[in-house]
Design a protein around this ligand. Sequence first.
Ligand SMILES: NC(=[NH2+])NCCC[C@H](N)C(=O)O
Length: 361
Amino acid sequence: MSPSRVSGDFNESASATQQSCTTTKQPAPRHFGRLDNTSMIESKFLSQPQDLGIVAVGFSGGQPKPGVDAAPAALIESGLLTQLRDDLGYRLHGHDAVHSFSDVVPAQDPPHRGMKNPRAVSAVTRRIAEQVYRHAKEGRLVLTLGGDHSIAIGTIAGTAKATRERIGRDIAVIWVDAHADINTPETSGSGNVHGMPVSFLTGLARDDKEEFFGWLTDEHRVSVKKLVYIGLRDVDAGEKRILRENGIKAFSMFDIDKHGIGRVMEMALAHIGNDTPIHLSFDVDALDPMWAPSTGTPVRGGLTLREGDFICESVHQTGSLVAVDLVEVNPRLAADTDLGAHETVRAGCSLVRCALGESLL
Ligand SMILES: NC(=[NH2+])NCCC[C@H](N)C(=O)O
């Protein structure tokens, strides 16, 4: 099945401003003649920092609630890509389609080691990894719009492989989330793969069979030493044990309350060091449900929208950012309070713009 075309204001305005999408007349790189509302940060690791690879993934198979697959279209319809192009000056690539990858989702997909929809999630994330890899290999910044958080198996695998091949470096991952998503199939109580991506990406969980993430190899993996969590407040018992046993750096809401988000970001970025490319994987449920109610597993006591934006702004300011994911926006949930879905989409757009260089002044 072919990917669905993107509708909404973006396509209509695209034809009027063709020069930003074609290869003939290219605008100046972002770090020279800047637009008014962007930061002055120069990218340390991207060879084409003004080029933005978009991977829009309408996939919900990592968890049971339908609707998270509708997020990319909702984000795009609310004007996100237009803003990135017109206000932040990015040249977009791969932005004309939302991919459901339904051609690789099997009709029958019984559980394996307790994982639900294992073949679908494995096959879809493998395809996502290829798409992200292709953008990242060109030296572009990559933005993935999910989808549930299982898709990070693909995005981070793709960034890790491309960055190793392109500049010979391992990436670091900043995982902003209410949840640690580091269950193994054996520790998971739910069997939902969106609670497991970090264990597969770090190699804590493995499977020999290609159809169950066996396609992941060392070139796709990240070290537990280069992983930092921010915003945790709903961590399963088995996950707490995994975090402790592996000495994984994690800043929970307790740490944010204690030190403030400014100090937490200093500590998080100091752990990574300033010579490491960063993949930012942002689950909108890191925000308090007050700002982001439309998500599958909301947890009270979360980040304010400003704290979320600040995390993204701080990561942007490092100049080390190579890829961003925004996941778990579910416009079908909290839709009874209509404003809920709208506000959540709006919060998601704000987070992405901050990560991509929008500045307040
Ligand atoms: N990406 C998410 N929203 N993850 C929620 C995970 C919840 C729970 N820890 C589980 O493993 O099922």
